[in-house]
Design a protein around this ligand. Structure first.
Ligand code: PLP
Length: 474
C-alpha cells in the first residue's frame, strides 16, 4: 500500500493531543541553540483568532540520532576539510568534487522562489544565461544529467514504434538504467564505431531505420556523447551528421555531460559547439564542480514539453535557487580552471607512459585511460598500493583516471612515483608481458601510448570496448 504523505504532518498534529516522544539523544549545543531559536521564532506569531497559546497542541518529532546531525559545527568543519583533502587525491571521477566556500555561501544566500511556478530568480537567470550561451531558444535546470538526457529523448519521441541510434558505449544507452526503454518505449540501435573514437556519419546512417516498413521501428533520434570517455567528437563530423540527418527529419541530441571540457580544449564557444544539435544536455556537477544540476537546452516548444515531462518524472524542484546559484558561480569560477586540469592530465599521462604504462585511449581532455599490464602489475595491485602507500583513491578494474579541478598537482606526482616504485619491484612481470605480447606488438603499443599521451590519435583507437562496470582486462 502506498501513501501520498504530503499532508501527513498536519494529520499527525490534529489527531495527537500529546507530543511525539523525544528520543534521548546527544545534540550538540550549537544545534540545540539553533533549534530553539527556530521554535522561538515559530512561537512568536500570535495564536489564530479564538485560540490561546495554552490551547494549541504541542507537536514535535523524535530528534535525529544519526551522525553527523548531532556533532558540533567545529567537528562538521573538520569532517568537511578531511573530505576535501581526500578528494584532492581521488582520481575516480569528476563528480566527486566538493563545493568550495563560494558555492557553500551560495547555498545560503540564493533566491528563494518556487521554480515550478517560475518564480525563482536564480533559476530563471541561470536558464536564461544557458539559453543565450548555447544559442538555443530555451533552457531548463534539472537535478541530474540522466534526467536531462532522458527528458531530451522522451521529448523528441512522440509515439512508438521508433528507435534511437547511439554509440554502443554511450551513457544514455549503457548507464541510465535502461531509461530509453522504460521512459520512451524506444529500441536502441547501437553503433560500434570502427575507428574506436567516434561514430562516422556513414556508420550512423547505416544504423538508422528509414522508411515505413511495419516490421521496423523507424529512427527518429540520434544521440551523440561529447566528450565520450574524454575524447572530443570532431566538430566537422558533427556538422556533417546534422546535415545528413536533416534529410530524413531525424533529430540529433547531444549528451554534453562533459561539453565544457570540449570548450576548454578547443577554444570553441558553447554556441558553436551546440550548433549541430536540436537539443543538448550539459552537466554542472562533473567538471564544473557544482553540487547538483544539469541543463537541457533546445527550441522553446521542446523545452515547454520537456518541462511537462519533468513534472511527470517527479523532477520539478521547488526552492532550487541555492542549486542554481551554486551552479552559476561554479560556471563562472571553475570552468576557467579546466585548461589547468587538462594540463595536469597530460602530465599524468606522459609521466606514466615514460614509465612503460600503456594508454588505452588518447588523453584529449581530463581523462587518462591506463593499462598497467606492460609494467607487470595488475590494476588491483595498483589500486591497493595507491591507497596504502600514497592515500590515493582510484577505480579498478577500469583503468580510468580523472583529473578534476580539486586534484592537487602533488597527487599526480605521487601517483607517478608510485607507478615507478611498482615497476621497479616487478621487472620480471614486465618481461613476461613483453614475451607474451611479442616485441613488434609491444613496440606498437608503446608508440601508440606516446601519441595518446599527447592527445593525438590516428587510425583506429583500440581502447576499452565497453563502459560496463564489469569490464575487466584480467
Ligand atoms: C557522459 C555522461 N552522461 C550523463 C551522465 C549522467 O549524469 P548524472 O550522474 O548527473 O545523472 C554521466 C554521469 O556520469 C555521464 O558520464
Amino acid at each position: 500500500m502506498a501513501c501520498v504523505g504530503r499532508s501527513l504532518w498536519q494529520t499527525r498534529a490534529s489527531r495527537s493531543s500529546v507530543p511525539l516522544r523525544m528520543a534521548p539523544v546527544a545534540i550538540s549545543p550549537v544545534h540545540l541553540a539553533r533549534a530553539s531559536a527556530h521554535s522561538d521564532a515559530a512561537a512568536a506569531p500570535p495564536p489564530p483568532f479564538g485560540a490561546t497559546s495554552a490551547k494549541l497542541k504541542q507537536v514535535s518529532l523524535p530528534a535525529p540520532t544519526r551522525l553527523p546531525v548531532t556533532v558540533s559545527l567545529e567537528e562538521r568543519r573538520a569532517r568537511n576539510e578531511a573530505k576535501l583533502r581526500a578528494v584532492q587525491r581521488d582520481f575516480r571521477t569528476d563528480t566527486i568534487t566538493v563545493p568550495n566556500e563560494l558555492l557553500r555561501d551560495a547555498l545560503a544566500n540564493a533566491s528563494m522562489g518556487d521554480s515550478i511556478y517560475r518564480e525563482d530568480d536564480d533559476t530563471n537567470a541561470l536558464e536564461a544565461w544557458m539559453a543565450e550561451l548555447t544559442g538555443m531558444e530555451a533552457a531548463m535546470f534539472c537535478v541530474s544529467g540522466t534526467m536531462t538526457n532522458q527528458l531530451g529523448i522522451r521529448t523528441h519521441l512522440w509515439q512508438p514504434p521508433y528507435s534511437v541510434v547511439t554509440d554502443s558505449r554511450a551513457h544514455v544507452h549503457m548507464l541510465e538504467a535502461g531509461g530509453i526503454a522504460s521512459h520512451s518505449f524506444a529500441s536502441v540501435n547501437s553503433v560500434h564505431a570502427a575507428n574506436g573514437h567516434h561514430m562516422t556519419v556513414e556508420e550512423v546512417l547505416d544504423n538508422c531505420v528509414l522508411g515505413e516498413d511495419i516490421h521496423t521501428a523507424p529512427t527518429r533520434l540520434v544521440c551523440v556523447e561529447n566528450t565520450l570517455s574524454g575524447m572530443i567528437y570532431p566538430q566537422d563530423e558533427l556538422v556533417r551528421l546534422r546535415r545528413a540527418l536533416d534529410e530524413f527529419d531525424i533529430k540529433l541530441h547531444c549528451d554534453g555531460a562533459r561539453m565544457w571540457e570540449v570548450l576548454a580544449a578547443t577554444g570553441m564557444s558553447l554556441k558553436e559547439a551546440c550548433a549541430p544539435f536540436h537539443s543538448v544536455s550539459l552537466c554542472l556537477s562533473k567538471g564544473i564542480g557544482a553540487p547538483i544540476g544539469s541543463i537541457l537546452a533546445g527550441p522553446a516548444d521542446f523545452i515547454k514539453r520537456a518541462n511537462w515531462h519533468r513534472k511527470a518524472f517527479g523532477g520539478g524542484v521547488r526552492q532550487c535557487g541555492s542549486s542554481a546559484l551554486a551552479a552559476t558561480l561554479a560556471l563562472q569560477t571553475i570552468f576557467p580552471q579546466l585548461p589547468r586540469t587538462h594540463a595536469l592530465a597530460r602530465r599524468l599521462a606522459q609521466g606514466l607512459v615514460e614509465l612503460g604504462v600503456a594508454l588505452d585511449l588518447p588523453t584529449e581532455t581530463q581523462m587518462v585511460w591506463i593499462d598497467v599490464a606492460p609494467i607487470g602489475i595488475s590494476m588491483k595491485q595498483l589500486k591497493v598500493a595507491a591507497q596504502e602507500r600514497k592515500g590515493i583513491t582510484m577505480w579498478e578494474p577500469r583503468g580510468r583516471l580523472i583529473v578534476h579541478h580539486q586534484i592537487e598537482p602533488q597527487a599526480v606526482e605521487d601517483f607517478i612515483d608510485l607507478v615507478r616504485e611498482l615497476r621497479d619491484e616487478n621487472l620480471e612481470g614486465a618481461k613476461a608481458w613483453e614475451e607474451r605480447t611479442g616485441a613488434d606488438r609491444a613496440d606498437e603499443i608503446r608508440r601508440r601510448s606516446r601519441m595518446y599521451a599527447e592527445g593525438k590519435w590516428e587510425g583506429r583507437v583500440e581502447g576499452p570496448p565497453k563502459r560496463l562496470p564489469a569490464y575487466s582486462k584480467e
